[in-house]
Design a binder for this molecule. Structure first.
Ligand code: ZN
Length: 405
């Protein structure tokens, strides 16, 4: 699948030497390797409805990680999927009388233009579920060889007793897992399952439901095996970072990791699992069901500078739960204006790239980095012209690390 337009990323004046991030499994800061090609998989959208600020915040966070990783010397192999066939998309098609393919194409296009506007570096591999059916079938066959698959009226399920990381990413009790499973696409109450938490790998064909003829019979893939199969194919058996919103910890990330690890003979699926906090509006988490959504595309269509949107996002730590306020966007617009005034000078306060690097290599502390830049801007606009050329080198740093042009 075609990703979106590339983004030019300048090299920072200094290379940072270490990077640590919070891992949801160990619940500690863990170091990431910087001296080689590293791999990152971030779960993509299900393109059935416009992507909102919560999605944008997740992709901006992992884009910032990629930028920092590069500034530490790594080459980042980034892969993202598009779940372009799944229940919500098919339900939307049935409800609106449109073809599911048309909805997927239209919404994926809108997502691409949002990502371009926010200057998110495109993934090296942007892979749809529909183009990955063969990969999924191959992995389900491997799972079957490992005796972890069973057939329930033609549907294939993964036997959860094989899952090494069950309970270790989201840290939920079994009762909590069962409750969350049913809220997030699982079917814990289906009769005939060995365990309520067994996950669907392959859904056999049904009327009005897209399906593909394969050696497993006609049907379509489950969501978790889709990500596992794509990540294994494009990034290898153990990836450096698996990322996504915190609502993907369970079941999605625990199930994907379980499928991948069983398929590869218990090789750890990821070295670190990173999750972004949810974004709220009007006191509640932004969600399609509540309808309390802010869209990047609507803001940019109304003339808002996408860089102000990116700056609003980055002014919150990626792991925090935060709320969108129009006043925060106003603050970012004013901040961007001040920054640009300072960056357009020929001389300014001394370059603080090293201090910014220290902040953001420590679990992507972008609010701290923005605070440091504010201080530099304040000094520069208040007459500190002690360093010729520092506004130009600061502009490079801000572009390279924060993606703000
Ligand atoms: Zn995924």
């Amino acid at each position: 699948m075609q990703a979106w337009s590339p983004v030019a990323v300048p090299a920072t004046s200094q290379q940072f030497t270490a990077l640590q991030v919070f891992d949801s499994v160990s619940q500690e800061l863990v170091p990431l390797d910087c001296d080689r090609e590293v791999t990152m998989y971030v779960c993509g959208i299900t393109p059935y409805d416009a992507t909102h600020m919560g999605h944008a915040a997740t992709y901006v966070a992992f884009d910032t990680l990629q930028r920092i990783w590069r500034a530490c010397g790594a080459t980042v192999n980034y892969t993202q999927n598009v779940t372009d066939v799944d229940d919500p998309l098919i339900e939307r098609a049935l409800a609106t009388g449109r073809k599911w393919q048309d909805i997927a194409e239209e919404q994926t296009d809108l997502f691409r233009s949002d990502m371009e506007a926010l200057r998110v570096i495109p993934p090296a591999n942007y892979i749809g579920a529909v183009e990955s059916i063969d990969l999924v079938v191959e992995r389900i066959n491997q799972l079957a060889q490992a005796q972890s698959v069973y057939d329930l009226d033609g549907d294939l399920y993964y036997d959860i007793s094989h899952a090494r990381l069950l309970g270790q990413i989201a840290h939920l009790s079994r009762d909590e897992m069962i409750a969350v499973f049913s809220q997030r696409g699982g079917d814990p109450t289906r009769e005939g399952k060995r365990d309520p938490l067994d996950a669907l790998l392959w859904r056999h064909e049904r009327p009005n439901d897209p399906s593909w003829e394969t050696e497993l019979g006609a049907g379509r893939p489950g969501w978790h095996i889709e990500c596992a199969a794509i990540a294994l194919k494009y990034l290898g058996n153990t990836i450096d970072v698996q990322g996504g919103g915190s609502d993907l910890k369970f079941p999605h990330h625990e199930m994907s990791a379980a499928h991948a690890e069983t398929a590869t003979g218990e090789q750890p699926f990821a070295k670190a699992f990173m999750h972004t906090g949810m974004v709220a509006l009007g006191g509640e988490k932004m969600s399609k069901s509540l309808g309390n959504l802010v869209f990047v595309s609507k803001l940019t269509a109304s003339g808002i500078d996408p860089m102000a949107i990116r700056l609003t996002i980055l002014n919150n730590h990626y792991r925090s739960e935060w709320e969108w306020f129009d006043s925060s966007l106003d603050t970012a617009i004013a901040r961007l204006d001040r920054w640009r005034s300072a960056l357009n000078q020929s001389s300014g306060a001394p370059d603080i790239t090293a201090e910014i690097g220290a902040a953001i290599t420590n679990d992507l502390d972008t609010p701290r980095a923005i605070g440091l830049i504010d201080e530099w801007v304040h000094a520069t606009l208040n007459g500190d012209t002690s360093t010729h050329g520092s506004p130009q080198s600061m502009a490079v740093t801000i572009d390279a690390l924060l993606g703000i042009a």
